[in-house]
Design a protein around this ligand. Structure first.
Ligand code: ATP
Ligand code: MG
Length: 418
């Protein structure tokens, strides 16, 4: 790899922010620091007109291991649109030419050997500092000419349409940068730039994708999963914890709460018309989630529901589920096809765990034909038949556990009280 002494980071949507822009930039920088500090401590972050530069003290070069590691971590930092390891130097054409020479020489020789034909390349220049004596086009011509002269036309050829390698040059007020590769990041807004939410994580394919999408809009998340032990195995919670750990890489650690819904489900089984069970379970889940939100200052609930995906997710049923609580319910997947969701699950790395077979809390005592368009007054009537419903909900809430690598543990008493 070339001797890069800096990383040029680009963002997209943050650039459209007016007076709040520096808040978003600062949150992004805080997140980048947090995500990289364990393995590469002591990096400097410098804001420079629409870009953030990262470099080591004294502009030391990044080792190959550091480059590999930082690439992986920065890709997952929401708010970043793309970034490039670069050679940062003085803002003179001489410095630019010099750095290109050093960067491309070993690379082009490698490619020549690999392809056994001339290397096709182009140069792409950008001049945000308009006082620089050469225009972008002129910089492109000057740098391309230098490369052609350096190697001769048998070895290199300018190709603007289909190059093997594109050499980027950016001239800014205080520096120049040369880069050979642009790594695409995930875009969005930095986690922590909006209010935190509670993600309902089921262990299925959809909910982790929904949570990751809410994080991408700047919301830090804690998670809640329902199980029905002993009707579902306790391993279902371990599975959700493995999923939560994967999506936690996008944010400062979010905790996973686990709630046993089985007593509430038994009350519904014993007192209500079976066809309403799924909708009733979901309303109970929402009530417990709502209490947890209030307790921990979370500002809404995220679910992986999509319109029309299953019987409980018709517009009418979802609206009846909403009416159980006053909270904002965010459904990021609302308009997505299942195939789109699967592609995203594969992209964020949760798909393989999600498809591991595991009994689901919602299917416990599930009726053969659930109601598709539940009328609110019928649902409320069914709930009125449940003796001591509020107490049962409160009990399930009081017994919520925290999930860790060691399994389910009690929540420290100062943390959750009612
Ligand atoms: P998923 O793939 O996320 O399980 P799904 O398509 O299977 O979604 P449902 O089982 O109807 O749909 O669940 C809809 C949403 O309700 C889930 O995406 C999740 O947010 C929430 N949910 C369902 N079951 C649970 C559970 N056991 N614990 C926490 N949340 C749940
Ligand atoms: Mg499910």
């Amino acid at each position: 790899m070339a001797s890069y002494n800096s990383i040029i980071c680009r963002y997209n949507e943050i650039a459209t922010k007016g007076n709040n822009r520096s808040m978003f930039e600062n949150t992004l920088i805080r997140n980048m620091k947090r995500m990289t500090k364990d393995r590469v401590p002591g990096l400097n972050y410098v804001k420079m007109r629409g870009r953030i530069f990262i470099h080591k003290n004294e502009f030391d070069v990044f080792t190959d291991e550091e480059q590999d590691y930082l690439k992986e971590r920065l890709k997952d930092c929401f708010g970043l649109d793309s970034f490039s390891f670069c050679i940062e130097g003085e803002r003179t054409i001489e410095a630019v030419l010099d750095h290109i020479k050093n960067a491309v020489k070993p690379l082009f020789e490698q490619l020549l050997e690999k392809f056994g034909r001339p290397v096709k390349f182009r140069t792409r220049a950008r001049r945000s500092d308009k006082s620089f004596p050469l225009r972008s086009k002129e910089i492109e011509i000057e740098t391309a000419t230098m490369i052609e002269e350096m190697f001769g036309e048998n070895k290199v050829r300018v190709d603007l349409i289909n190059p093997d390698i594109s050499i980027g040059v950016e001239i800014r007020e205080k520096n120049s940068t040369i880069f050979l590769e642009t790594v695409k990041a995930r875009g969005g807004l930095p986690v922590g730039s909006n209010s935190p939410l509670l993600g309902m994580l089921s262990g299925g394919i959809d909910s982790p994708v929904a949570c990751a999408m809410a994080m991408k809009r700047g919301c830090r998340m804690d998670f809640l999963t329902f199980h029905s032990y002993p009707y579902t195995p306790i391993e279902s919670v371990t599975k959700v914890w493995r999923i939560a750990k994967i999506i936690n890489r996008f944010q400062p650690h979010g905790v996973l709460y686990a709630c046993n819904l089985s007593e509430v489900q038994k009350l519904i089984r014993d007192n209500c018309d079976p066809k309403f069970r799924t909708v009733l379970y979901r309303r109970m889940m929402m009530r417990i989630a709502s209490k947890l939100c209030r307790k921990h200052n979370l500002y809404g609930i995220v679910t992986g529901e999509a319109i029309g995906q299953v019987a409980s997710q018709t517009v009418v049923n979802m609206s009846v589920i909403d009416r159980a609580v006053p909270d904002l319910i965010v459904r990021p997947l609302c308009g997505m096809d299942k195939l789109e969701t699967i592609a995203r699950a594969e992209d964020i790395g949760t798909f393989d765990i999600s498809i591991e077979p595991m009994a689901d809390s919602c299917t416990v005592f599930a009726p053969p034909s659930p109601v598709i368009h539940a009328k609110l007054h019928f649902v409320e009537f069914e709930e009125s038949k449940i003796p001591n419903m509020d107490e049962a909900i409160q009990k399930a809430f009081d017994e919520i556990k925290l999930v860790t690598d060691d399994g389910l543990t009690d929540i420290p008493s100062h943390d959750i009280t009612d």
